[in-house]
Write a new protein. Sequence first.
Length: 258
Amino acid sequence: MSSKKYDFSGKVVLITGSSSGIGLACALQFAKCKANVIITGYEETEVQMAAEQIRSITNEMPLHIHGDLSSSQFAEQLVSASIDRYGRLDVLVNNAGWVCSGDSFTNPDFMKIYDRIFDLNVRAVFKMIHLCVPFLERTKGSIINTSSVAGLAPIGKALYSASKAAVNMLSSCAAMDLGEKGIRVNAVNPGPIRTNIGRYCGDDELMLRPSCPETSMTIMKRNGNADEVANMILFLASDEASYITGGHYVVDGGFLCH
C-alpha cells in the first residue's frame, strides 16, 4: 500500500509521539500526501529533527512542539497551538506510548510504573480525543489510536498489555459515541516492529535489530517496519475508509496466529 495514492491536501493531521518510530513514519507519509502535519514528542532534539524531515518534503517547517502528554496542561497547549496555526483538524493519531522493563508485579516501584504507563498510554488518549472532538466534528474527521497485539493476547508485561487493552476498548466505545457526529474511530494493533522503543526497556537496540525474542512468534519470521504500520493508519484516515469505524486492525506478521 503506497502513501502516494492518497490526497490529504488542505487537511491537518495531529500525530502524538511523531518524533520517532511509527509516529514519524506516519508523519512523513502524510506529508508526502500533502497534509499539514503537526509533530510532537517528548524529546526536543528528536522533535526538531523530525520537523526538519517534514520540511525537506513540504518546503515548509511544520508546527512542532515538544512536551509530556502525561503532564497537566500539555495536551491543551498542543491542541490550542494546532488550531491557532491551521484553524482546523481532520485527523488525530494517538500514537504516543510508553513501555518499561520494570513492568513486573515483583518490582517495588510497580505502582509508580502503573501511574506512568496509564497516564500516557490511556489517560492521554482519552484527553486528546475529548479535546479534539469539537474540531473533528466540523470536518467529519478520523481518529486512529495506536494500540498493540499486547492488548489482544497476554504476552507478559501486565501494565503495558492492560493499557493497550484499554486503548482497544476506548476506541470501540469512542466509535459508538462519536459516530453520529461523523467522526470515525479505529485502533491499529502492531506486532513486533523495528523502532527505538527498546530504549525504554534498557536495551536501546532491541527493536532495531532484524529480530528480537518475539520475532520467532511471527509467521513471517521478521520484525515489521514502521512504514508497514503507517500504511494501515493512512488508509484508515483516508476517504477510502469512509465506512470503517470501531475496528481493531492487526499489523503483526501473523504474531497472533500463535
